[in-house]
Design a protein around this ligand. Structure first.
Ligand code: NAD
Length: 705
């Protein structure tokens, strides 16, 4: 086994090379290696200065997150101790930052006296996205090296900055153009520092760079981020830590930072956000598919349908520089669709996000057409036409006729059976579902629907392509509504049934947003369109016919033409940006409850929350049991990235794991009894949920295969 840290002396400079690929995660072995080699350099009189570098393409990705929650986390030597020893060195220490220095990696660089980075390097403290704060001095040293406002932004947003910006801020001392010769440059720089007797830097001797910050700076900052950090615990702790850096000596600040770090680490939020971190990495692994399978090439794409979804989907590809054809049989619709795309880009240009030239470059990549003949040489087609099986069949039959062999044929259907769509072609192995979410140019989630015959290389290709167009692809199986919309169905059913039983839409929405959801179910229905869910229900009346109360309030709203935001009336009445409760809803609910013999009553917030969330979780359990999702974390990714579920709860399945699966089972059983015939109909714990709860297990550990 090669050593995690290499040591050599070159030109009088001790070279400490982090050698734990792929990212030099600062696990116990690496920490011990740094400590040991640094001690050697310090006591060797022939060493003039020290350079810390990396043998990997990146300097250091930070803490070894796998160690979090394991016995090894914080094992001696701990990172803060190793770093303080470096900071106190009597010889100059230079960090040679290649690629990336993140989290603990940047904290390591911060204790060095000088920092040189390659021009493409990025540096940042992304701990906040894991529900914690930097815990090895980042919150105390960064505001001493750069202006407090920028330091605070970096720590609270977690977003890394590029080398040039870091140099301008004073975080990096020198930028070296060529990554390949960074090491030589760092050694030369170290010798230069010794020769010029450059001063050593100890953050303990530096005050925070508060500059011209006003008295209300921190209060204003808190207010400015209130909306985007709503519900999150760590951002406020980041602010507190930086405030201390401004008022207290380094030693006191480090102590307080350590306490705040532990406080954050012990929250369910940290577990939830770290769960999502691992969930994203796991999502790329598809059972039975060898990730080394060579992908097909995708250099030209076609989108069929220039409506709401087609336009948004096309923008993803154009943004990634991929030539894209857009086909619609209706010339006017096509023109309108192209116009919408141009308007979107022009709005971005007005906001300064794109130049006028970039707008034109993007539009030049988009080729409108009304002829399938133009599709002969495309590598991927994504169909986004009307949600009707006959229409999809017609499109796929034509694609089968005109597309070249090996072209991937994808459907953006939200609910239809992808196996049935594939069956009308002579190449079902090339057919797959690519379910984008609206607005498709914004939403990160991409449900990849693997049909029975979809070829492995098609899956590997779309996963890679998903990354290229900056999406988060999650593979799911074929069933009605796939994972996201299928789990949404019982959640929507309960929310609207609660209205029938006497809860006001605004109470339901308040409970759900207080829980952390971006939007309550009633507001979401108004946004998506009450007509859309009505039409979906019409197609599936047989499955719900036994429950005459099913979404009955929505049916009545639809029948009187109240379809939500698009008609100005739905669960709410919309007046410009204002919305107010629609009194019709309560009238309809009262009348329908009387007609159906449903008792109206006051409903507690707790009941609303449990009745909306437990059926959602229960459906997730069925999905896992059927193998529609490979792991519970896939359901969580879908909910957090596609349905506004709070990231700090980690997704519905992680939330269930956190409160305990037995609590969910007990809750479902409680409502089965409490709600009589209705409860008997819908409140039945999934066998897998019962089984895991009885064994004291979690969803997280469950794998069907
Ligand atoms: P839309 O009505 O806005 O657009 C459909 C477009 O397809 C129209 O421009 C129409 O002219 C065109 N079209 C119809 N038949 C065609 C054919 N045979 N050949 C070429 N063009 C044809 O619909 P949308 O909301 O963009 O939805 C499209 C698909 O995306 C549906 O399957 C829908 O279920 C799915 N989807 C929609 C959403 C959403 O929020 N709207 C979200 C995810 C998935």
């Amino acid at each position: 086994m090669t050593a995690p840290v290499l040591y050599e002396i070159r030109d009088g400079i001790a070279l400490i090379t982090l050698n734990a690929p792929p990212v030099n995660g600062l696990g116990q072995a690496l920490r011990a290696g740094i400590q040991e080699t640094f001690a050697r350099a310090s006591t060797d009189d022939s060493v003039r200065a020290v350079v810390i570098a990396s043998s990997s393409p990146i300097f250091c990705g930070g803490a070894d997150i796998v160690e979090f929650g394991s016995g090894n986390f914080g094992a001696e030597p701990n990172l803060p101790g190793v770093l303080r020893a470096i900071e106190l060195s009597h010889k100059p220490v230079v960090a040679a930052i290649n690629g990336m220095a993140l989290g603990g990696g940047l904290e390591l660089a911060l204790v060095c006296d000088y920092r040189i980075a390659d021009a493409k390097a990025r540096v940042g403290l992304p701990e906040v996205s894991l529900g914690i704060i930097p815990g090895a001095g980042g919150t105390q040293r960064l505001p001493r090296l750069i202006n407090v406002d920028l330091a605070l932004d970096m720590i609270v947003s977690g977003v890394p900055v590029a080398a040039a910006q870091a140099q301008e801020a004073g975080l990096i001392d020198r930028v070296h153009g060529d990554a390949a010769t960074l090491l030589d440059a760092a050694i030369a720089y170290a010798n230069e520092l010794v020769d010029s007797k450059a001063p050593l830097r100890d953050c303990a001797q530096m005050p925070a760079k508060t500059g011209a910050l006003g008295d209300s700076f921190f209060a204003d900052y808190r207010q400015a981020i209130a909306r985007r950090s709503r519900g999150f615990y760590a951002p406020e702790r980041c602010i507190q830590a930086v405030e201390i850096a401004c008022n207290q000596p380094l030693e006191v600040g480090l102590q307080r930072e350590a306490e705040l770090f532990v406080e954050c680490m012990n929250t369910p939020q940290a577990r939830a956000q770290q769960h999502l971190f691992f969930a994203e990495r796991a999502a790329g692994k598809v059972p039975g598919v060898d990730p080394k399978t060579p992908p097909r090439k995708v250099e030209k794409v076609a989108i069929i349908g220039s409506g709401t979804m087609g336009g948004g989907i096309a923008m993803n590809f154009i943004n990634a520089g991929i030539p894209t054809l857009m086909l619609d049989l209706n010339g006017e619709a096509l023109e309108r669709g192209i116009g919408v795309i141009r308007t979107n880009y022009e709005i971005s240009a007005k906001k300064g996000k794109l130049t006028a030239e970039q707008v034109e470059q993007r539009m030049a990549l988009l080729q409108p057409t009304t002829s399938y003949d133009d599709l002969r040489d495309v590598d991927l087609v994504i169909e986004a036409v009307f949600e009707k099986m006959e229409v999809k069949h017609a499109v796929f039959k034509t694609l089968d006729e005109v597309c070249k062999p090996g072209a991937i044929l994808a459907s953006n259907t939200s609910t239809l059976d992808v196996n049935e769509i594939a069956a009308v072609t002579r190449r079902p192995q090339d057919v797959i579902g690519l379910h984008f979410f609206s607005p498709a140019n914004v939403m990160r989630l991409l449900e990849v629907v693997r049909a029975d015959k979809t070829a492995d290389d098609v899956i590997v290709t779309v996963l890679k392509l998903g990354q290229r167009i900056k999406k988060l692809p999650v593979v799911v199986g074929v069933c009605f509504g796939f994972v996201g919309n299928r789990m949404l169905e019982p959640y929507g059913r309960e929310a609207t049934r609660l209205v029938l039983e006497g809860a006001a839409p605004e109470q339901i929405d308040r409970v759900l947003t207080e829980f952390g959801l971006a939007m309550g179910l009633c507001s979401m229905s108004d946004l998506a369109g009450i007509d859309i869910s009505y039409l979906t229900r019409q197609a599936h009346r047989a499955a719900i016919a036994h429950d005459p109360s099913y979404a009955v309030v929505c049916d009545r709203l639809y029948e009187q033409g109240d379809c939500g935001q698009k008609t100005g009336r739905g669960f709410y009445i919309y007046n410009g940006r204002e919305k107010s409760p629609n009194p019709d809803v309560l009238t309809i609910a009262r009348a329908e409850a009387a007609r159906l013999g449903v008792e109206q009553r006051e409903i507690s917030d707790q009941e609303i929350l449990e009745r909306c969330l437990y059926p959602l979780i229960n459906e997730g359990a069925l999905i896992l049991e059927e193998g529609i999702a490979a792991r519970s974390s896939d359901c969580d990714l879908i909910y957090v990235n596609g349905y506004g579920f709070p990231a700090w709860r980690g997704g519905p399945m992680q939330y269930a794991d956190e409160i305990g699966l037995q609590t969910v089972v007990d809750g479902i059983n409680k409502y089965r009894q409490q709600l009589g015939e209705y409860g008997e109909m819908w409140f039945r714990p999934a066998p897998l949920l019962q089984q895991l709860a009885a064994g004291g297990k979690s969803f997280r550990a469950f794998r069907k295969v």
